[in-house]
Design a protein around this ligand. Structure first.
Ligand code: PA5
Length: 423
């Protein structure tokens, strides 16, 4: 992975932040900063539970060949990372393995009914994921689809097809799982939802989708090693955090996470949660938004190029995306497109990226941070996620914010529960 700040328009030396960065680095690594009960993710690539990962692989290999569909039931940090990984690594229309469908992330009855009708005559595995075990969106979907599984299979078979990923001791989901005897996986106490991709929260759905958890963890370990030095010259996660801090101070209130691949769009969704919930507190923070180019150049492109100068872009470019296609030659050239004949479409995409970067940055004066990732493998996914964790923790500490809580999320829940008549 490489970070390129050439077009970031910082106009300030990042090294001026070295002392602050070193202090915040020590808070993260020595567990002495705000929210220090939740920094279990920092050393997780070294210290993760090897036995649990072995069991994840065993359970996945036992179940994935006897099901048509895996329903992954969770919201926020309990599903966004798995979705981002599965789409990035397997693509949007994989030809092998069970279909993966995400539920538990909405109150849309329309969606739930569509999924229900789509899966009711298929073989199903249901992985419910909730640290608290009480999240309403997840609980509603879980009850509906648990009943479906129970109605389709014997008691014993249904029990085997439902897996709970939750707190090791607390919550109603844990109590139910213990009572019925579901296979359960643990979300560690010291890892919050949006920092949990490398636990069973992410790894079990990945394994069920045929992705090797070990490769993801290897990537995260390499990132841990590369990003454990507070020296700004060596640590690209901290460079990214400082660049964001400088742009924030310059008045940029929004950051647009941009990719050029449809199958990377869910990384943008995961990234928005990571930064939005971590940083958006105390009246501070940069609004995280995302876009997929060139698609969204035909909708948001005008604003970015010539609208209000409130945003900067962070461009994730994957150098070795898997899959390519050659643009065919037509003898009569009816559409005058033969100037691209025999060219790879990936090359066209790359030229679109280079042209857009120059248009936005040089002509539009929009700062651009560019991140290069080697490929869309499980290993690179693991590396990238850890990079963003580290950058996000640093960003929040530079703002004197607790990166690991989300008190603002409770406000809508209280009002909704009152309307729903919850005791
Ligand atoms: O990052 C977070 O902590 C949140 O987004 C949670 O993951 C989300 O609210 C789901 O919570 P739970 O896993 O308790 O159902």
């Amino acid at each position: 992975m490489k970070l390129d700040l050439t077009n970031a328009k910082l106009n300030e030396d990042i090294h001026a932040y070295q002392d602050e960065v070193t202090k915040a680095h020590n808070w993260l690594h020595e567990k002495t900063g705000k929210g220090n009960d939740f920094v279990g993710w920092v050393k997780w690539p070294l210290e993760y539970d090897k036995e649990e990962v072995k069991r994840i692989k065993e359970v996945a290999s036992k179940l994935k060949d006897k099901t048509d569909v895996v329903l992954v039931c969770g919201i926020g940090g309990s599903y966004l990372g798995a979705r981002a990984a599965i789409e990035m690594i397997n693509g949007l229309y994989p030809s092998n393995g069970p279909e993966i469908i995400f539920i538990g992330n909405t109150f849309s009855a329309t969606y739930l009914k569509q999924v229900y009708d789509h899966v009711k005559d298929k073989d199903i595995v249901l992985n419910v994921i909730s640290k608290s075990g009480t999240t309403t969106e997840t609980s509603i979907s879980f009850r509906i689809f648990k009943e479906l599984v129970e109605s389709k299979y014997s008691k014993e078979e249904a029990k085997e097809r439902i897996i709970a990923t939750t707190d090791k001791a607390r919550g109603t989901l844990k109590a139910l799982a213990d009572e019925i005897g579901y296979e359960t996986f643990v979300i560690p106490d010291d890892i919050g939802g949006r920092y949990s991709v490398f636990t069973a929260v992410g790894l079990l759905p990945l394994a069920l989708a045929g992705i090797d958890p070990d490769e993801v963890l290897k990537g995260s370990l390499k990132a841990y090693e590369d990003l454990s030095d507070p020296d700004l010259d060596k640590n690209i996660a901290y460079q990214y955090a400082v660049a964001r801090r400088i742009l924030d101070k310059k008045g940029y209130s929004a950051e647009m996470f941009v990719t050029y691949e449809l199958q990377l769009a869910s990384i943008g969704e995961w990234w928005k949660q990571l930064f939005g919930e971590s940083e958006g507190k105390d009246g501070k923070g940069i609004l995280p938004t995302s876009a997929t180019f060139s698609t969204d150049l035909h909708s948001l492109g005008q604003f970015i190029q010539a609208g209000r100068k409130c945003l900067f872009e962070t461009l994730l470019w994957v150098d070795g995306m898997e899959g390519d296609i050659i643009f065919p030659k037509e003898e009569n050239d009816y559409d005058h497109m033969n100037y691209l004949a025999d060219k790879k479409v990936s090359w066209v995409n790359e030229m679109a990226m280079k042209g857009t970067l120059s248009a936005h940055s040089d002509d539009g004066n929009v700062p651009n941070i560019v991140i290069h990732l080697d490929d869309n493998s499980a290993y690179s996914f693991g590396y990238m996620i850890y990079f963003f964790f580290k950058a996000c923790g640093m960003t929040c500490y530079l703002l004197d914010i607790n990166p690991f809580d989300q008190p603002g999320v409770e406000v809508y829940k209280k009002k909704m529960f009152k309307l729903l008549g919850k005791e």
